[in-house]
Design a protein around this ligand. Structure first.
Ligand SMILES: [Fe+2]
Ligand SMILES: [Fe+2]
Length: 171
C-alpha cells in the first residue's frame, strides 16, 4: 500500500504529465497553423508520449492501491513568436519536469518507499533523453538562424518521428 504523501505527489505528477500533453498539443497546433507540418508531427508524437507518461503513473498507482485523482489541467500558451521560441519553451518545460521527477524521487527516499523510487528510475533516464531531444532541435535552429532552405530540410527531417514502441516504458 502506498502512503498518502506519495500518492498525493504522484497525483500532482499525473497532472504535470497531462499538462505536458496539453502544452505540446498546443505547440503542434501552432506549428500546423504556420505550415510547419514536420514540426507539428514531431510535437504531436511528443504530446502522445506525455499521455503515456501519465498513464504509466496511473497504472503504478493502481498496482500499489493508491487512488488516482485527476485535477484541472491549466490552459497552455497558444502563441509563440518564432520556432526557436517555441522549441526553447519545450526545452525549458522538460527541465521543469526533470526537477519534478527529482523532487518526487527525493521524497520516495525520505519516505523509504523503494518501489516508488525504483519506478521513478525509468523517468529519471527518460528526462535525460527528453532534455537532449529538445535541446538538440534548439541548437540546430540557432545554427540555421531561420534560413528558409535549412528550415525546410529540418521540417522534413522532423516529420519522420514516430511514437517509439517503448515510449511508455513497456518494452
Ligand atoms: Fe513526461
Ligand atoms: Fe517530456
Amino acid at each position: 500500500m502506498i502512503s498518502e504523501k506519495i500518492a498525493d505527489a504522484i497525483n500532482k505528477q499525473i497532472n504535470e504529465e497531462m499538462y505536458s500533453f496539453y502544452l505540446y498539443a498546443a505547440m503542434s497546433a501552432h506549428f500546423e497553423h504556420n505550415n510547419l507540418k514536420g514540426f507539428a508531427k514531431w510535437m504531436r508524437v511528443q504530446s502522445d508520449e506525455e499521455l503515456l507518461h501519465a498513464r504509466k503513473f496511473v497504472d503504478y498507482m493502481h498496482a500499489r492501491g493508491g487512488r488516482v485523482l485527476y485535477s484541472k489541467i491549466a490552459a497552455p500558451r497558444l502563441e509563440w513568436d518564432s520556432v526557436l521560441e517555441t522549441m526553447t519553451d519545450a526545452y525549458n518545460h522538460e527541465c521543469h519536469i526533470s526537477q519534478c521527477i527529482n523532487e518526487l524521487s527525493t521524497l520516495a527516499i525520505q519516505e523509504k518507499d523503494h518501489a516508488t523510487h525504483g519506478m521513478l528510475e525509468w523517468f529519471v533516464s527518460e528526462q535525460v533523453e527528453e532534455e537532449a531531444n529538445a535541446d538538440g532541435i534548439v541548437q540546430q535552429l540557432k545554427m540555421i538562424e531561420g534560413a528558409p532552405s535549412a528550415m525546410f530540410m529540418l521540417d522534413r527531417e522532423l516529420a519522420k518521428r514516430t511514437l517509439a514502441p517503448d515510449a511508455g516504458g513497456a518494452a
